[in-house]
Each structure stands twice: as C-alpha cells, then as structure tokens.
Write a protein that binds this ligand. Structure first.
Ligand code: ZN
Length: 433
C-alpha cells in the first residue's frame, strides 16, 4: 500500500483548493499590485500557470482594470535560447521589448510578476549570458527600471507553483502530489489560507509598522549579533538610516506590497563597518547551486576570510563579483515565528527563503534606506555608506537563539532580538526605550 496520492487524487485536491486560489489571485491584484480602476496591469506568468494567470486577469477586470497585458515566461524556451544563441545577442534588449516595458511603465502600469520556476533551469548555462541579459535590461529599459526603483510604478513579486519547482521542494514525492503540497505551502506562507487574506495582510502590516517605528526611532549606531553557533558580529548603521519593510508607497501615495510573502524589516548598513564573524543558519541557494554550513569573517566592512562545508567556490564567486561584493548591502530582521519558518521547508527561491530568517546581503545597498537617498547620485550614496555593486546576494544567519543588541552612539545597549525573535514580541507593554 502506498501512502502517496495518485495523480487523480492530487488533481482532485488541487481542484478543491479552487476558492482559496481565487482569494490568493484577488489578494495579489488588490494588495500586491494595488490596482486602481482604469489602470493598466502587466502580469508576467509562467506558461505552466496559465490557469492561475487567467484567474488573476479575471480578478483584475472585476476590479475595473483599464487593460491587462500578460507576458508569458517559459523555463524551457529560455534555456533553449541560452543554449543556442551567442553571447552578443544578450548584450542588448530587443527594441520592441524596450518599447513594450518602457511605454507600459510611462503610462503608469502596475507590474505583477508571478514567480514559478525550476531552480535548476539554468544549470550548466554560461552565467555570462543571463548576466548580460539582465544588465542590458536594467540599462536599456530605463523608464521601466527607474519607475520601480524610484517609486513611480507599483510592482509585486509573488509565487506560483510549477511541477519542476515542486519536486525540488518535496523530493521523492510524485509530481502532482508535490504540486498540491507546494500550493498548500504557498497559500499558507502568503497568509492566504484563511477566509479573508486581504484583512490578514492589513493585520500583518500593522505589525510591520510598529517594528519599523521602534527601530527608526531607536536610530542605533550599530547592531551586535550573537549566537551559540559562533556568530559574533558588529555591524555599523548609517546616520539617518531608515528601516523599511512590509508595504511600500509610491511617490503619489499608493500603498502596495512589493513581495508576497514578506516578513523582513531591513536597512542598508554602513559599507565600511562590519567586524567579527558570522555563521550561516540556513543553506544559501545561488543560481541553482547550494552553499551549506559556511562562515565569513569581516574587518572594516569587508569579508577577509570565509569557508563552507559545501559550495565554497560558489561563495568565492559571489564575494569576488566586483570590488564591493565583499561588503554588506542589507541587514534584515525576521522573527523565527513566521509561517515560512514554521513550514521548515527550503524553497530554493529567494522570495521565500530570504523570509525564513534574519539575513544579511553582500553587494548592492538600498538608496531608500538613507534619508533623501532617492535624490542622491551613486557617489553621494557611497559617501553616505550605501554600498554599490552589481550583485546582491542574501544569506541567512537567523539561528533560533540569535540575540541582536542595538548600540547607541553613547554606548548604551538595547535588546532588539532575544532567542531569535523580537525582544518585545511576547509582550506589548513594558519595553523600556
Ligand atoms: Zn532582504
């Protein structure tokens, strides 16, 4: 007797989720993409998820979208392209593609990226090709890129399950059952498994607002991380730094969620001040490859030594991407009591895995995390401590007993994280700032 679902049983189970999947589609349209009546919505979706994409489009027109453009993505075709077309092609974006993305952005479209992909889709492909393509798109689709980076366009990334991804998350599970289980996990961690996901996100956001306020009022000069796994790292914070997370707001005041799910509160640390050693809490998945059980030692903001039980070369490649890839661009705080962490799953997808635990990122920092950052040149940002790099790679350091202490300029210390969760998480009264 097999305890496994037959394909027919798995499909019946997915069908039974239909009403909940509709609520998820509606959540993405209304809270993620924050669609307004008459507005254009752009949906990028994997071809395997045509059914879900159609649900999203239906919900968008129910919410009185002016028009919806769907851009299909396809792992297999993308791979065929990289296998068969020479590098110079990828160094420029086709002009029709530039026109498509820029004109939609300039008209004020909202962008919804449905992320569902085989984590190994590009394994063995010359990494220079996808790197060139994404660099070209960033440089040449300026209105599209800047529209999102400078708060003019709403954008949201959310997950949708595809079989090739599901079998990676649930190995040794039949394909249809794995797909069903990934749907369950995605709905759960997106807080879309209850009767009113939109209300659940209002509540979730209220917690974000409180935590952001406490940290922003705190204006700590540094954070000290300590854990029984050996982590003992002090990271400097910039003057006038801003902690961000949860909902975002466009310059015209539309509130939206750039990531669904999201659990992190993050800022950009001082690129010149990180000292000590940090140990990984979870594996790092980078372009389909896994780095396990690693540590890095920092001096004056820069990685000076590192090692990994598995994937040391991948780590080296990341740290040596460019001159500043050895410096930090992000530090993010996430309680261990989140739906993502509670699933205990490794998703092989940054959207999910980076929300599983406190993390740091090597590479590019965030302009919006220093006051006035949107109006600064790259040189000014670097002067204000914001790192500049072609890469940004998150790695998880949030062990279950992680303590994070905020250090003020005058040396006084305030507990921020105790045993892997917010110091004030269990009690709403009595914090003594
Ligand atoms: Zn992050």
């Amino acid at each position: 007797m097999s305890l496994r679902m037959s394909p027919a049983e798995a499909d019946a189970s997915i069908s039974a989720l239909s009403p909940q999947i509709d609520l998820y589609a509606e959540l993405l349209v209304k809270k993620g993409a924050a669609l307004r009546p008459g507005q254009e919505l752009v949906v990028q979706a994997p071809v395997e998820c045509a059914d879900f994409a159609r649900r999203v489009v239906r919900k968008a027109y129910e919410a009185r979208a002016g028009h919806v453009t769907v851009i299909w993505s396809d792992d297999v075709m993308t791979r065929l392209e990289y296998e068969n077309v020479a590098l110079p092609y990828f160094e420029h974006t086709p002009s029709w593609k530039i026109e498509q993305l820029n004109s939609l952005a300039e008209k004020g479209a909202s962008f919804l990226f449905l992320d569902g992909s085989d984590p190994a889709a590009l394994q063995g492909i010359d990494p220079a090709k996808p790197a060139a393509a994404s660099r070209a798109r960033n440089l040449e689709c300026r209105a599209f890129r800047d529209g999102m980076d400078f708060g003019r366009n709403v954008w949201c990334i959310a997950g949708v399950p595809v079989e090739s991804w599901a079998v990676k998350v649930f190995p040794d599970t039949p394909r249809r059952e794995a797909l069903y289980r990934l749907w369950i996990a995605i709905l759960q961690v997106a807080r879309a498994d209850g009767p009113d996901p939109q209300v659940a996100w209002e509540t979730h956001n209220a917690t974000f607002e409180k935590n952001k306020r406490l940290l922003n009022e705190g204006q700590f000069d540094a954070l000290h991380y300590r854990s029984s796994n050996g982590t003992d790292l002090t990271i400097g914070l910039n003057p006038d730094h801003i902690w961000d997370g949860g909902s975002a707001k466009t310059v015209s005041g539309t509130v939206y969620f750039p990531n669904i799910p999201t659990e992190e509160i993050f800022t950009t640390p001082d690129r010149m001040r990180a000292d000590g050693i940090v140990y990984s809490a979870l594996p790092l998945v980078h372009q389909g490859q896994v780095v396990r059980d690693f540590w890095m030692r920092f001096e004056d903001g820069c990685v000076v030594d590192y090692d990994a039980r598995q994937g040391r070369e991948v780590l080296r490649h990341i740290i040596e991407t460019d001159d500043n890839a050895c410096r930090l661009g992000e530090c993010a705080l996430i309680s261990k009591n989140t739906p993502i962490r509670e699933t205990g799953l490794l998703f092989y997808n940054t959207l999910y895995d980076e929300n599983a635990s406190c993390h740091l990122a090597l590479g590019m920092g965030f302009p919006e995390c220093v006051k006035g950052g949107y109006d600064m040149s790259f040189e000014e940002l670097v002067e204000h401590g914001v790192n500049r790099s072609h890469t940004h790679v998150d790695f998880m350091i949030g062990s279950d007993d992680l303590d994070v202490t905020g250090i003020r300029e005058d040396g006084t210390e305030v507990p921020i994280f105790v045993d892997g969760q917010w110091a004030w998480e269990d009690e709403f009264s009595g914090h003594t700032w």
